[in-house]
Design a protein around this ligand. Structure first.
Ligand SMILES: [Fe+2]
Length: 243
């Protein structure tokens, strides 16, 4: 089964449209979202609507939880807090009700789980191999070998045995049957790995092949709309730097 993996859309409509266009062209059998549909940019209603209309299963991100009023954004920087407040006021009630029911974990198949930050904790960052290894026990308990995660907005692939390439370039990787993996496809709406193109992943679960994918999108429009909405300028400016 070919699965499209999207994460950290962050209400960036132009990036989301570009990624979903590419996914429509490739036609995976399933698409799964690793959370943070909301936060940061100008189109939370439109982006939530696109995910809902397509019936894409999604886990709840930390921004989603704050925008829905389920968590206080204590750990957010000033710009992120401002965006959460604006989005809380902007998000339609029916979208909030839908997003509020998102689970913390989705099982993609009997060997693969999807989370936002880390297994059991959407706020936890997996930034390096040691971070990933702290969660191997959770993966064993879940009887799974592959965990897809988001939150860091960094393209990453960490394997239990062998530190491997900790940050990889967009590429294809065959996963061994007897190893365990933590994979972040990168962010659709706010990439932070110095590549401003929108990121997503494709996973062929039978062949155990994962591919990191990137697509160009209209960054200028997304940035302009954020500024026009009165969102912090720094959020708009970072899009073209991809960091
Ligand atoms: Fe995020």
């Amino acid at each position: 089964m070919l699965v499209g993996i999207i994460a950290d859309l962050h209400a960036n409509l132009e990036a989301t449209q570009a990624v979903l266009r590419e996914i429509d062209r490739i036609r995976p059998e399933r698409v799964v979202c690793l959370g943070d549909i909301t936060g940061y940019y100008a189109n939370p209603n439109e982006v939530v609507a696109m995910v809902r209309e397509r019936g894409i299963p999604t886990v709840m991100g930390n921004h989603d939880a704050s925008v829905c009023g389920l968590e206080e954004p204590w750990f957010f920087n000033e710009a992120a807090q401002a965006a959460v407040r604006w989005q809380s006021d902007t998000l339609y009630e029916e979208h909030r009700a839908w997003l509020s029911t998102a689970p913390t974990e989705i099982r993609i198949d009997n060997d693969t789980i999807a989370v936002h930050g880390a297994p059991g904790n959407r706020d936890d960052y997996i930034l390096d191999w040691l971070d990933a290894m702290r969660h191997v026990e959770s993966l064993i308990r879940a009887n799974a070998h592959v965990c897809f995660f988001g939150h860091s907005h960094r393209v990453s692939l960490f394997s239990e045995r062998g530190t491997g390439p900790q940050t990889v370039q967009p590429n294809c990787y065959t996963l061994a049957q007897d190893n365990r993996y933590f994979i972040n496809p990168g962010s659709v709406g706010q990439p932070r790995d110095h590549d401003p193109r929108a990121a997503f992943g494709l996973y062929e679960s039978e062949k155990r092949v994962f591919e990191f994918c990137r697509v160009e999108y209209d960054i200028e429009t997304a940035a302009r709309k954020a500024i026009e909405a009165g969102l912090p300028r720094a959020l708009a400016m970072r899009l073209s730097r991809g960091k």
